[in-house]
Design a protein around this ligand. Structure first.
Ligand SMILES: [Ca+2]
Ligand SMILES: [Ca+2]
Length: 156
């Protein structure tokens, strides 16, 4: 993002080689009152959206969504940062992988072994897989959790 309100793309074909990095103008965002304060941009891989936080000449901080598509470059103002605060840095936190529901022993698959793990808890008090045994998430480890795994195995 340039002080001139233009969006630029940086070629990373030769990353690290000084003088080999190319900068391409993508388009004018139509914002001409950008202050000299630092701005920050981040990219959400999940949604494919670019977010840009900038302080304008009114000394207020704004959050924009950027469309970086060549030919239709645009900035959409999402909000003014409340209480005259400045948003000086931001990042997108990627969601934690949830694992496979029903994969009690966390080996990556739902199998009858996972059912055995729950049986071992119910019958023998084996708490090895306590944290993953509540498959239906109702707060208790019961035969219902075994039924859920059976249904997964049967493809229901
Ligand atoms: Ca498993
Ligand atoms: Ca349960």
């Amino acid at each position: 993002m340039g002080q001139d309100g233009w969006l630029y793309a940086i070629s990373t074909q030769n990353p690290g080689e000084i003088g080999e990095i190319e900068v391409f103008p993508m388009g004018d965002l139509g914002i001409d009152n950008i202050s000299t304060n630092p701005s920050t941009m981040t990219y959400d891989k999940t949604t494919g959206k670019f977010y840009w936080a900038v302080v304008l000449n009114d000394q207020k901080s704004y959050l924009y969504e950027i469309n970086p598509t060549l030919g239709s470059v645009a900035a959409t103002q999402l909000m003014q940062v409340p209480d005259n605060s400045w948003l000086v840095n931001m990042t997108v936190v990627e969601p934690q992988s949830q694992g496979v529901t029903g994969d009690v022993n966390l080996d990556g698959d739902v199998t009858t072994i996972d059912i055995t793990c729950i049986y071992n808890y119910l019958l023998n008090g084996d708490e090895t897989y306590l944290e993953t045994s509540d498959v239906d998430g109702d707060g208790n480890i019961t035969t219902t959790d075994i039924t859920v795994i059976y249904n997964i195995l049967l493809g229901q």
